[in-house]
Design a protein around this ligand. Structure first.
Ligand code: PGA
Ligand code: ZN
Length: 419
């Protein structure tokens, strides 16, 4: 029997970084072992077009389906045949978007299969998906100040205010610079905001009583200081999670903290002003996830200097991404394996996007586990960036794995920034 033959699959429920119950599976092969627990997006933040996390009856129904239907079908298969296994998972589900067994149920299995295969062959997981010298290290895109659904609506209206050290020569230095920027922002908030009590959100970004422009000003001050001290260019970005701001009845974006509403046209102008004022390099989900046209306008106006990134609108989904490519709605896209349910599904979407010149950003979820697979997927798919929180064990699990990959395999090259 080959070392990669699946002999046993065990499962249990454990708790994620938010303390929410989540599914963990162990795939055991003749000579390998792969364990993965599922991450989870925040209610109000996870995209409406992504695969539902679990079966309609919730986690308990997913577990039942797993035991009765899915696990027996996988025993005896070769874990190296990722595409075959992912196709089988898709067929067992039988719906277009993993509505029967759930995207998380499927994604943990798919990922644990890859981990077990890599373990059996004694190679790092990224090598399964990019042979020889392929792959590259991503820039860490760090969440510095949180807001929106991640901060109870009491912090800035936009969900994430980000920084990325695009001038850093190694991934280790880039991660360290993000940590210094995060620390510096904390000090600035402590000095300027008498109500600041050092609070952070689920992704360990600071939560503070600021509006979005103020949040960007704090980050700018910190990135200027740390960037000058380190001699490294650090740029800023935003994830608006546009669906959460969008009021479909009134057709406006509601900024409750700021006390403002913006029509899609005003939103477009506002984002343009922020891109210019703060020299933003990255704007994710600036509009609601049906509005391909506003995405395309922003991309037309600013795509030559800022990555207009699609997360909830493309939802790692091949067809939604194809439509966006036809409309030139984005210059970058987020890939989250549990949005689409399998590694192969995520890979196919990422390949389509890359082939059309989109930059790939592999992303964590707000509810996370210590699983480090996304670090390997980011390297394998030559993602330009990996989006994670800067601090916290479940965030550093991914970042530290990138340091290990860099150190062990000498892959110190980033994709050179090319605007
Ligand atoms: P989520 O947020 O994991 O809560 O969906 C992350 C993101 O929107 O990028
Ligand atoms: Zn997002």
């Amino acid at each position: 029997m080959p070392d990669t033959t699946i002999t046993e699959i065990q499962y249990r429920t454990v708790f994620d970084s938010r303390g929410v119950e989540t599914l963990e599976v162990d795939v055991i092969t003749e000579k390998g072992f792969g364990r993965v627990a599922a991450p989870f997006g925040a209610p109000g933040s996870r995209g409406k077009f992504e695969a539902p996390s679990y079966a309609p009856g919730g986690l308990s129904e997913s577990v039942e389906i797993l035991e009765k239907m899915v696990i027996p079908s996988l025993i005896g298969l070769d874990a190296l045949e990722q595409e075959k296994i992912d196709t089988l998972l898709t067929q067992l589900d039988g719906t277009p978007n993993f509505e029967k067994i759930g995207g998380n149920t499927s994604a943990v299995l798919s990922t644990a299969v890859a981990k077990a295969a890599a373990d059996a062959l004694n190679i790092p997981m990224f090598r399964l998906f990019c042979k020889n010298e392929g792959g590259s290290l991503p820039y860490p895109l760090g969440n510095m100040i949180g807001g929106g659904a991640h901060s109870l609506g009491r912090a800035p209206d936009m969900q994430e205010h980000l920084a990325v050290p695009i001038g850093a020569p190694t991934v280790k230095q880039a991660i360290e610079i993000n940590l210094k920027v995060h620390e510096e922002i904390g000090k600035l908030l402590e000095m300027r905001d008498p109500g600041f009590a050092g609070g952070t959100d689920d992704e360990n970004a600071w939560t503070a009583n600021l509006n979005d422009v103020e949040a960007l000003q704090f980050i700018k001050q910190a990135t200027d200081k740390i960037g000058n001290a380190e001699g490294v260019e650090i740029r800023m970005g935003l994830d608006l999670a546009g669906d959460r701001l969008w009021d479909p009845a009134r057709k406006v974006y509601r900024y409750e903290r700021e006390g403002a509403t913006r029509t899609p046209r005003q939103q477009l102008d506002f984002l343009g002003e922020l891109i210019e004022q703060f020299d933003l390099i990255y704007v994710e989900d600036g509009f609601n996830s049906n509005d391909y046209d506003s995405f395309a306008l922003l991309n037309k106006n600013f795509g030559d200097r800022c990555l207009i990134c699609a997360d909830d609108i493309y939802a790692s989904n091949y067809e939604r991404t194809k439509k966006g490519i036809e409309k030139s709605s984005a210059g970058a896209m987020i890939i989250k394996p549990n949005q689409i349910g399998t590694i192969t599904g995520a890979k196919n979407t990422a390949s389509l996007a890359s082939a059309h010149g989109l930059k790939i950003i592999v992303s964590h979820r707000s509810g996370e586990t210590v699983d480090d697979s996304i670090a390997h997927l980011a390297v394998a798919w030559s993602a330009l960036m990996i989006k994670t929180g800067v601090k916290g064990g479940e965030r550093l699990a991914k970042l530290n794995e990138l340091i290990r990959i860099e150190r062990t395999y000498g892959k110190s090259h980033f994709i050179k920034w090319s605007f």
